[in-house]
Design a protein around this ligand. Sequence first.
Ligand code: EPZ
Length: 418
Amino acid sequence: MDKFVIEGGFPLKGKLKVNGAKNAALPLMAGCLLTEGISRLENVPSLIDILTMSQVLEGLGVKVRRKNRTLEIDTTHLSYYEAPYKPVKLLRASTLILGPLLARLGHARVCLPGGCNIGRRPVDLHIKGLRQLGARIEVNNGYIEAHTKGNLQGSSIYLNVPSVGATENLMLAASLARGITLIRNASSSPEVVDVANFLKRAGVKIEGEGTNLIKIEGVRQLNSVHHRIIPDRIEAGTLIIAAIITKGEISLEEICSNHLTSLFVKLRQMGAEIEAADRRVKVKGGNLLKPIRVETLPYPGFSTDLQPQITALACLARGTSVIRETIFENRFTHVPGLRKMGAEIKVGTSQVRTKGVSCLKGTVVRAPDIRGGAALTLAGLAAEGRTEIEGIHHLDRGYEGLEEKLSKLGANITRVED
Ligand code: EPZ
C-alpha cells in the first residue's frame, strides 16, 4: 500500500490541464453496452475505477482496449448477462450495467453493490424505475436478478431523490424501450447531460437533460458512438481548493467553469480571488480566509464530492464555519484525520462546525475514501512539517497521478511504497 509524504507550506503556482470526468466515464462505459460494434470514449482518465469497470465489461464478453486516452469498447461478442462478482463488488457504479444489459439481452444478474463508508448507498430507485419499465426484478442472496419479456416499455417515472446513478441507469434502459419514458425529479448533473449527449449521438431522442424532467424516446438499435468525455469538475474543484489552502496562484485549463458555479460562489465568500472564463479559471489564495456556511445539495447545488475538501479549507478560516451534508449519511470520515492535524471540528447530525486555527500540523493520517483522502492531502499541503497519508489507493480510484499534478504546481509531495 503506497502512501503520500508531504512537506507542507509550499504555495502552489503554475498551470495545469484537468482530466476527463470519472463520474461521466463510468456511466458511459456502461452505456456502450447498448451500442452495436465498437464505440470510442475519448479523454478517459487512467484510474482504478475505470480499470475495474473495464473488468466488469470484459466479464460480459465485451472487449475493452485503451489507446492513450481513448477507450475502444467492442460489444460484438457481448453474450453474458451475469457480471463478474469481484470487480462489481469493488465498484458501486457497476450497478449502471443493469439497465443496458436488461435492455440489450433481456436478462441481467448483478450482485448488490457494497455500501461504503460514506453511506448505505441503496439502489432501490434503480430497481423501482426498471420495474416501471416492465422488468421483473428479484433481489435475493445479495444478487439483483432482472428479466424482461421482449422489449422494455416506456413509462413515467418519479425519483423521490434526484439520484445521479438512478437517472443514468434509467436513461440507458429507456433508450431501447418501446415508446416514451419520462424521468421526473431527475438529476440535472453535468455527467447526466454527458450521458444524454452520448445517447443522442447513438440515435436516441432525448429532451430535458440538465433539468429535472428528462424525456427519452426509445429506438430499436443504437449505433456505435465516438464521444469525448467532459472535464472532471471534482478534480478541478479539488485543485482549486489546493491552490487556496496553500495561498498559491494557479490556472486550470480544459475545464467547464459553469459546472463549478456553486464552488466559486463559496470560495469568493471565503476571500479567494477567482477569475473564471468558459474553459479556464485563474485562482489566487493568500487573503485572510473568512468562515463559511455550506450545504451540499443535488447539482447545481454545492457538490457533496467537494464537501470534505472545503471542510479542510474551513479549518483554517478565521472564525466558525458550518458545513451541512445532505446527500450522504456519513460523509465525515475525513474529520478524525483533520483533528489529528490540529483542526477544531465538532460533528453534529449531518453537519460539522469548524473553528479556524492558525495552522495545522503534519502527522501520519489514513485516507478513508476518495474525497476524504483528497481533503487530508490538501490539509497536508498547508500544514507545518511533514504529513504522511496512508491508504492512498483510495485516491488512485478517483484522481490520476494527483501527486504528479501537485508536484508540477510546486508542492513537496512524493509517493512512497508503504
Ligand atoms: C454519484 O453516486 C457519484 N458517483 C458520487 O461520486 C456522488 O457523490 C453522487 O452521485 C452524488 O449524488 C458516480 O457518479 C460514479 P446518488 P450515486 O444515487 O449515483 C440515495 C465520488 O466521490 N439513493 O446520486 O451512487 C443515496 O443513498 C462519488 O466520485 C437512494 O436512496 O449517488 C444518496 O443518499 C462518491 N436510492 C443519494 O440518493 C437509490 O436507489 C444520492 O445518491 C440511489 C440513491
